[in-house]
Design a binder for this molecule. Structure first.
Ligand code: SF4
Length: 341
């Protein structure tokens, strides 16, 4: 059986169920790199360009783990996944960066996907081209595309119900959906988490941010559960249209969180060296400061970030929210204390 390797990094957290269903229907075995660990990160840091952002460096590490275990590496050249919008340029050049820096790689499937241009391949043509590498049976490719869309739809339904991408993928693997939903909804506080999925859901890179917040007694929601039409309408409040798909999702979710009365605070996880985030992060931070009434904290990670510092900031943030909530509950029950400011 032919084996295709998919690195557990970058857009894995958006598209894995889609890719997996497509290849499986074509009778191609999908091999995913293991969860990130120190060895994978160190391998990525050694082999990628020093100026690359942390998620790209990590991607290199995941590719290296897979390189001698598979017949092909799947690194699609994602240019645009939505009309009149673009993905960060790093995604366009990933396969070129890999070829330039790493020797002895298996063939890389780097079919371009560009729905913004008439000349580019849209989703059906993209899948047709990828499928034709493995079979000349066009009916089979069409069927595989149908299965992929079905799996993607199911995945997104689970995300909108409140599951996080890793939980939704597990639910798709047979782990009880009800069990995952119950983990997702537990907690005395409710925190909105912002950040690129490849930072947030990679528990090694995020230093298990989600797990830590939950251990401190809070449930979390992320951009994955925010409906697409809400993201669209929120981003229309900006003076200019954002043409980065990932940035748009971040800002649309942030503005939705800031208006959500069920939330007690918002944490934004960013990675050092991210070009688009230097703008998007700034916009979100300014909005939080001047136009929102929710506690907000930005955490920036890079390969040198220490866990102890992050835990201290997190504990202080959660403690501050707990006190604020206690104070609000007191005021709503008994009115303002006489010495209250
Ligand atoms: S959006 Fe930022 S973190 Fe993501 S690949 Fe581009 S530069 Fe790196």
């Amino acid at each position: 059986m032919i084996k295709v390797g998919i690195p557990r990094a970058l857009l894995f957290y958006y598209y894995y169920p889609l890719w997996r269903a497509f290849f499986t229907e074509l009778d191609v075995q999908v091999v995913v790199s293991p969860e990130t660990n120190k060895r994978i990160l160190d391998a990525g840091l050694r082999s990628a360009l020093g100026e690359a952002c942390l998620p790209v460096k990590l991607f290199f590490g995941h590719v290296l783990v897979l390189s001698d275990k598979v017949d092909y590496l799947f690194v699609p050249r994602l240019i645009s996944v939505e009309q009149k919008e673009y993905i960060c340029p790093k995604f366009m050049g990933l396969s070129d960066m890999l070829r330039a820096r790493l020797a002895n790689l298996p063939p890389i499937i780097d079919t371009p996907l560009d729905v913004s241009e008439r000349r580019g391949l849209d989703w059906p043509h993209f899948f047709e081209k990828v499928g034709s590498i493995f079979t000349s049976d066009r009916h089979l490719i069409k069927r595989a595309y149908g299965s992929a869309l079905e799996a993607d739809k199911n995945f997104r339904r689970l995300l909108k119900s409140g599951l996080l991408p890793p939980e939704a993928m597990d639910a798709g693997n047979g782990i009880s959906e009800a069990a995952a939903t119950s983990i997702a909804s537990q907690g005395f506080l409710k925190i909105g988490l912002l950040g690129h999925p490849y930072n947030l859901y990679d528990s090694y890179i995020s230093m298990n941010l989600i797990g830590k917040v939950r251990q401190m007694g809070a449930s979390v929601i992320t951009a994955a559960s925010v409906p697409d039409d809400l993201i669209e309408s929120q981003t229309k409040r900006l003076p200019k249209r954002l043409f980065w798909t990932l940035g748009k999702q971040m800002i649309g979710s942030a503005l939705t969180f800031f208006e959500n009365e069920q939330l007690d605070g918002v944490i934004y996880l960013t990675s050092f060296g991210c070009g688009p985030e230097s703008l998007v992060g700034e916009l979100v931070e300014r909005w939080a400061k001047h136009r929102a009434n929710l506690p907000f904290m930005m955490l920036t990670i890079d390969e040198h970030t220490g866990e102890a510092g992050m835990v201290t900031r997190l504990e202080a943030f959660i403690e501050m929210i707990k006190r604020r909530k206690k104070h609000e509950n007191y005021v709503s029950a008994y009115g303002k204390p006489v010495h209250c400011c």
